[in-house]
Design a protein around this ligand. Structure first.
Ligand code: EPZ
Length: 415
């Protein structure tokens, strides 16, 4: 597998256009099976999408990707068991559980994959399916989820899980009567999926709030949706701009990264929100801060690792409290190899003592956003950095090498 090679510490200038959101697109594609045919605009070219298209084709759908738009004919779709070699490729394969349960009243699929950042159980998903009347059997890593009949229910999520909220919403579209998802997650990707389902003929209210109401059992038709801009990609490039800018970040919804913008301002970064994007300026005196990750609209857990790299350049002590995952600081050891001074206070708290100049090193991407953190570190480090295991980075950042080369980064893929 190739590596990324960066010659760091070069000023960057120009524009970056944000792609469609990975975490929306990977939910919209399984949802498409509920329609007769559908079009999903602005789909990012990342490997997760390729695997999801393979699963749709396994389900006898005709799929065409053209100019970043996905055309799906699911009028002749047939149920099929989804093999482990496909389901294990990403976390989002589990959205086929809710989608197939709704479409065929039966789903047979193995445990999903996903970044190693914690246990990542799916108990809340299963609890939701069972509340709707499904029987869930687990045989080793395989789940068989089936129902003669799905009936609307009131479901309370012990934790506002993004995945469980979307998966239960998918299943509830076929449940007779009213389903209420209480303590639902409020991420923008949930609104994106709900808008797609509504476009197909579903009746859903409350998406984006902590209470979503689905009137199920309606017949669905063609659906059309556009993938939202990727708020995590946008936040990553804003962090790069704060360190090496000025950068104009285009195709970004500022409200979706409000917490990140607040924190950037707090540490001294200057930016202007303009009508066609955000202009961010390099900041030479970064102040330390404390970050606590929360569900939307709080500070997103997916940006704490890239933000950690920024805080290695802050004068003083910063703290990161990671409240969503149990093991999401694996980038810190590699940042320290590059000269940072971070310390794990406990499994969920990282201390960062800056300002420390970073030097190039050979590092390894343990998970997608750890890889992003090391990419940012390589861009500011003195000397050469190589990042191994980069397929994880390419999963979440469309054309990341090309986008960075375009604004002046000395970055390339090496065999
Ligand atoms: C989605 O993961 C995203 N992935 C994650 O992004 C993101 O970090 C996360 O939401 C939170 O925003 C995709 O959308 C593909 P959760 P998901 O269910 O759905 C626990 C990235 O880098 N939990 O909200 O798995 C779980 O263990 C990825 O792009 C249960 O305990 O997130 C975790 O600690 C990483 N039981 C917490 O909730 C369950 O049944 C958050 O999980 C489900 C989740």
């Amino acid at each position: 597998m190739p590596k990324i090679r960066i010659e760091g510490n070069h000023e960057l200038n120009g524009e970056v256009t944000i792609s469609g959101a990975k975490n929306s697109a990977v939910a919209l594609i399984p949802a498409a099976i509920l329609s007769t045919s559908s079009v999903i605009y602005n789909v990012p070219k990342i490997t997760d999408i390729d695997y999801l298209i393979k699963i749709l084709e396994l389900l006898n759908c005709k799929v065409e990707m053209k100019d970043g738009n996905l055309y799906i004919d699911s009028s002749k779709s047939k149920n099929a068991d989804i093999p482990e070699e496909l389901s294990v490729q990403m976390r989002a394969s589990y959205y086929f559980m809710g989608a197939l349960l709704a479409k065929f009243k039966r789903a047979e699929i193995c445990y999903p994959g996903g970044c190693k950042i914690g246990n990542r159980p799916i108990d809340l998903h299963i609890k939701g399916f069972e509340a709707l009347g499904a029987k869930v059997t687990q045989i080793k890593s395989k789940f068989i989820i089936e129902a003669d009949f799905l009936k609307g229910a009131k479901i309370y999520l012990d934790f506002p899980s993004v995945g469980a909220t979307i998966n239960i919403m998918l299943a509830a579209t076929a449940a007779e009567g009213t389903t209420i998802i209480d303590n639902a997650a409020k991420e923008p990707e949930i609104v994106n999926v709900a808008s797609f389902l509504i476009n197909m003929g579903c009746k859903i209210t409350g998406a984006g709030t902590d209470k979503i109401i689905i009137e199920g059992g309606r017949s669905l038709h063609k659906g059309v949706v556009e993938v939202l801009p990727d708020r995590i990609e946008a936040g990553t490039y804003l962090i790069i701009g704060a360190l090496l800018g000025d950068l104009k970040i285009k195709n970004v919804i500022a409200e979706h990264i409000h917490a990140v913008l607040v924190k950037l301002k707090e540490v001294g970064v200057k930016y202007e929100i303009q009508k066609d994007g955000i202009l961010i300026h390099k900041c030479n005196n970064i102040n330390p801060t404390t970050i606590t990750t929360l569900g939307f609209p709080g500070f997103p857990t997916d940006l704490q690792q890239p933000f950690t790299t920024l805080l290695t350049q802050a004068e003083g002590k910063s703290i990161i409290n990671e409240t969503i995952y149990e093991s999401r600081f694996r980038n810190a050891e590699y940042l320290n190899i590059m000269g940072a001074n971070t310390k794990l206070i406990s499994f969920d708290t990282l201390e960062i003592n800056g300002k420390t100049p970073l030097r190039g090193a050979d590092v390894y991407s343990t998970d997608l956003r750890a890889g992003a953190s090391l990419l940012v570190a390589g861009l500011i480090a003195n000397g050469i950095t190589t990042i191994d295991n980069i397929e994880l980075i390419l999963r979440g950042y469309e054309d990341v090498v090309e986008k960075l080369q375009k604004i002046g980064a000395k970055i390339e893929l090496i065999p």
